[in-house]
Design a protein around this ligand. Structure first.
Ligand code: NAD
Ligand code: TDX
Length: 332
């Protein structure tokens, strides 16, 4: 049995990773380290209760991190502050968790000579022009726009430096926008689904012409497993599934799937510094490591996600008013 330490395993992508691993990779024994911010819930781990160990704690707590890292084989580091809008109103938690937290993990894997896989985002590369054929590759220069993406960029650079200077055995992946079950309703797709379920209109920032490259969370996580198993130490892999769509098209698809008129949405204040377009070229991962996405039908994946929010109102309803009141104050 290989022991995995999964940071941020009670949040959206981390918890889906844990569920996926328990189901598909029984050779792994899992410990989750998560301090349960507003974005993490211990009950997200209920479906794998008894099969996974949960530790409530902060990734900046060096003593705790050291003791957990000493007792594992591989660290998969998902924990982060992850929402751009929050980073615009209060950047500090992003600096603290994404930079100091990643530093703390790096020092622990260095001390105990453990393998690390660092989860990051395509936002570190900045944005692309809408309509241009260009896509991000592993060679695109870093050019982050927001406090969120700049702290993720900084965390990637720390990992690269620890590989080069200290010989830490790490890989990095930069993935595009994920969708699927358990995503916090502050994020674009679940916010709009739960708006419709609550009798409210979906809200598009600005023109709604910005493009995101959508990938189902299980495809992200299958790629992470391929990198843990076959990735070359020190390398970066971009993860994406050719899912570029503009925000307006996504909202219209949500409305159509939920049997509402497709123009039943409203435009709200734009995000300051809003990135125009993300697009990923994942050829390296596909050709060198043989990974392929499974969820290539966005409408089908979205319909499954809508069904999950319909069936799990208990999961999102308690925080809906709080999230919407916060957006309202920002004119969004
Ligand atoms: P999330 O906000 O849903 O979950 C983050 C989790 O980390 C939560 O459970 C939270 O409690 C935990 N956490 C936060 N600070 C912590 C701390 N100091 N100590 C311990 N735990 C802490 O985020 P997500 O969307 O699941 O993103 C996970 C990772 O994937 C992040 O590193 C993010 O940058 C990256 N990523 C996300 C996307 C996306 O579309 N959501 C795309 C690419 C990369
Ligand atoms: O209500 C909304 N209306 C809207 O038009 C919200 C919440 C968002 N948007 C727009 C902004 C973006 O163009 O939708 C797009 C997606 O927004 P988010 O869900 O906030 O995602 P984004 O900012 O693109 O970042 C996401 O992908 C990369 C994740 O939150 C990051 O963690 C990840 O790194």
């Amino acid at each position: 049995m290989k022991k995995l330490l999964v940071t941020g395993g009670a949040g959206f992508i981390g918890v889906n990773f844990v569920h996926y691993t328990v189901k598909n990779k029984p050779e792994y024994e899992i410990t989750v380290l998560d301090n349960l911010t507003y974005a993490g819930e211990e009950h997200n781990l209920d479906p794998v209760k008894g099969k996974v160990k949960f530790v409530k704690g902060d990734i900046t707590d060096a003593e705790l991190v050291n003791s957990l890292v000493a007792d594992c084989d591989v660290v998969v580091h998902f924990a982060a502050e992850s929402h751009n809008d929050n980073s615009l109103s209060n950047p500090w938690p992003f600096v603290h968790t994404n930079l100091i937290g990643t530093y703390t993990i790096l020092e622990a894997v260095r001390k105990y000579s453990k393998r690390l896989h660092h989860i990051s985002t395509d936002e570190v590369y900045g944005d692309l022009e809408i309509g241009s054929p260009e896509r991000f590759t592993e060679d695109t220069p870093y050019n982050p726009s927001s406090p969120y993406s700049s702290t993720k960029a900084g965390s990637d650079l720390l990992v690269r430096a620890w590989v080069r200077s200290f010989g830490v055995e790490a890989t990095i992946s930069n993935c595009s926008n994920n969708y699927g079950p358990y995503q916090h309703i502050e994020k674009f797709i679940p916010r709009q689904i739960t708006n419709v379920l609550s009798g409210n209109k979906p809200k598009l920032y600005g023109s709604g012409e910005q493009v995101r490259d959508w990938i189902h969370v299980d495809d992200h996580n299958s790629a992470v497993h391929v990198i843990i198993e076959k990735g070359k130490i020190g390398e970066t892999y971009l993860i994406g599934a050719s899912g570029e769509k503009n925000n307006k098209d996504v909202v219209e698809t949500i409305l159509e799937t939920m049997d509402k008129p497709k123009d039943d949405y409203e435009h709200v204040a734009d995000r300051p510094g809003h990135d125009a377009r993300y697009g990923i070229d994942s050829s390296k991962l596909q050709t060198e490591l043989g990974w392929k996405p499974k969820y290539t039908d966005f409408k089908a994946g979205l319909a499954d996600t809508i069904a999950w929010y319909q069936e799990n109102e208990w999961w999102w309803k308690p925080c809906k008013d709080k999230v919407e009141n916060r957006y309202k104050k920002q004119g969004q």
